[in-house]
Design a protein around this ligand. Structure first.
Ligand SMILES: Cc1cc2nc3c(=O)[nH]c(=O)nc-3n(C[C@H](O)[C@H](O)[C@H](O)COP(=O)(O)O)c2cc1C
Length: 202
């Protein structure tokens, strides 16, 4: 049985194409594997707080016992990390914003990349602590970025998830979404096919 963590990060609702596509994925997956389970988190509408000074003091504290204030500062981080660790497969809907990721997805990353919980620093440098997990990232983009140096989205997400130990990462890009109705519809249809293939393959 596979447990899926499904996260949407677009602040848009009905107009969001990343939401449409992650929903399509989950529907297809549930049809194929009826007993699999899904945890859903909507960080586009229920925004993750940015880390602050108390969070940093708590996360990097050397003492085992944290004061109630420091413990409280890590509450959402603990919750998000537990949720991530419980999943076998993570499905993230991530729009491209300004060549990169939306601030709310960055806030999520800042909460889950945490020393002693998802990575450690040893003699050989960083070591990821998150094992046996797959990630599928469905991105949405107004333009097209194949072989473009302006794609700071996929390389960044690969690098940061690899840091915490996740190397099995698949990207499905829905591109050209701001290039007129015909291009948008073609792109969505092509990505739908890729989503069905991914479900059939896994
Ligand atoms: C603030 C903002 C920044 C954007 N920056 C880019 C960009 O750098 N490159 C691009 O191709 N599309 C960009 N777009 C277009 C979005 O990626 C596109 O509209 C996508 O469909 C958004 O995802 P959603 O439909 O799930 O909301 C941007 C859109 C917004 C609102």
């Amino acid at each position: 049985m596979t447990h899926i963590l499904h996260i949407d990060s677009s602040p848009r609702s009905e107009r969001s194409i990343s939401r449409l596509l992650t929903k399509e994925f989950i529907t297809a997956w549930k049809q194929a594997y009826k007993h699999d389970t899904v945890t859903y988190r909507d960080i586009g509408h229920y925004v993750i707080p940015p880390i602050d000074e108390t969070w940093i003091a708590a996360a990097f504290s050397r003492s085992r016992e944290l004061s109630p204030e420091l413990e409280a500062a890590l509450k959402i981080s603990d919750e998000l990390i537990d949720e991530l660790l419980a999943a076998d497969l993570c499905v993230f809907g991530v729009p491209m914003y300004n060549y990169s990721i939306p601030a709310n997805f960055k806030a999520y990353i800042d909460q889950i990349v945490r020393v002693k919980r998802t990575f450690t620093v040893g003699q050989d440098g960083y070591e990821g602590l998150v094992k046996d997990k797959k990630i599928l990232v469905i991105t949405t983009r107004g333009g097209t970025y194949s072989n473009s140096q302006l794609d700071f989205q996929e390389p960044y997400l690969r690098a940061i998830f690899e840091l915490i130990g996740i190397t099995d990462i698949t990207f499905i890009h829905a591109e050209n979404l701001s290039m007129g109705d015909e291009n948008r519809q073609q792109s969505i249809a092509a990505v739908s096919d890729v989503i069905q293939e991914f479900v059939a393959r896994n």
